[in-house]
Design a protein around this ligand. Structure first.
Ligand code: GLP
Length: 233
């Protein structure tokens, strides 16, 4: 695990954007795993800015988002579909058919999870996944206690996670479930970059640094992966 410490969030975001754009330059057909949340916003803004300054081709890039809420419309302002559209997709020339987000409104949610795993496999697996870090160590929506061999599935959200994300649901109806890639799905990615910033994350960062590997702290699974970068500010 390679750790990089930054003085501030801007510097962290610039580094993350550089890693993302470099991956596309090296392989224009790269398959990316993408996160949501507040942390990656700076990275996405940078990527969009860089693409305005200098053309970067996303046409052959494939993306898989980590997770999506269950039971809210894609057009809802709190959905990760809407988040990705506004934060990145509508600003770049990515082919919409190559962007994948679990469908939290599928009739058969379990089948949707299997389908998502199949789509990742059919794309040749994910080359580079960016992750945020939950205050309780969650990655994607894999909450404490999640087995490391878990795959894409429907999960119940903890109260602390629902509270942390409540501001995206001003009507007060915070979803109770989500579809998330599992920890094993995430660990299958050939390379992983975890972004963590802010006072609310310092305990989680310290716990990750401690190297204790336990299902009580999902991000600690990353210690079992050979190619992980942790960017901290
Ligand atoms: C959310 C997301 C995670 C994200 C995390 C941290 O619940 N499902 O993928 O990494 O919580 O979010 P933030 O960056 O807003 O702190």
């Amino acid at each position: 695990m390679i750790w990089e410490q930054f003085d501030n969030y801007d510097a962290l975001s610039a580094r993350a954007a550089k890693i993302l754009l470099a991956a596309i330059r090296v392989n224009p057909r790269v398959v990316l795993g993408l996160p949501t949340g507040r942390t990656p916003i700076g990275m996405y803004n940078r990527v969009v800015d860089e693409c305005r300054r200098e053309y970067h081709c996303f046409r052959d890039v494939t993306t898989f988002n980590l997770d999506e809420y269950v039971g809210i419309r894609r057009e809802h302002e709190g959905s990760y579909f809407t988040y990705m559209k506004h934060s990145l997709f509508e600003h770049i020339d990515v082919d919409a058919s190559r962007t994948h987000i679990p469908d939290g409104n599928a009739q058969d949610l379990d089948e949707e999870c299997h389908r998502y795993e199949r789509e990742i496999r059919d794309a040749g697996g994910i080359d580079l996944t960016f992750l945020g870090l939950g205050g309780n160590g969650h990655i994607g929506f894999n909450e404490p206690g999640t087995p490391f061999d878990s795959r894409t599935r429907v999960v119940e959200l903890t109260e602390s996670t629902r509270k942390a994300n409540a501001s995206h649901f001003p009507d007060g109806h915070v979803p109770t479930q989500a579809i998330t890639m599992g920890i094993a799905t995430i660990l299958d990615s050939r390379r992983i970059v975890l972004l963590a910033t802010g006072s609310g994350k310092q305990d989680a960062i310290a716990r990750l640094r401690s190297r204790e590997i336990t299902v009580d702290f999902p991000a600690s699974a990353l210690w079992t992966h050979a190619n992980v970068h942790v960017l901290v500010a």
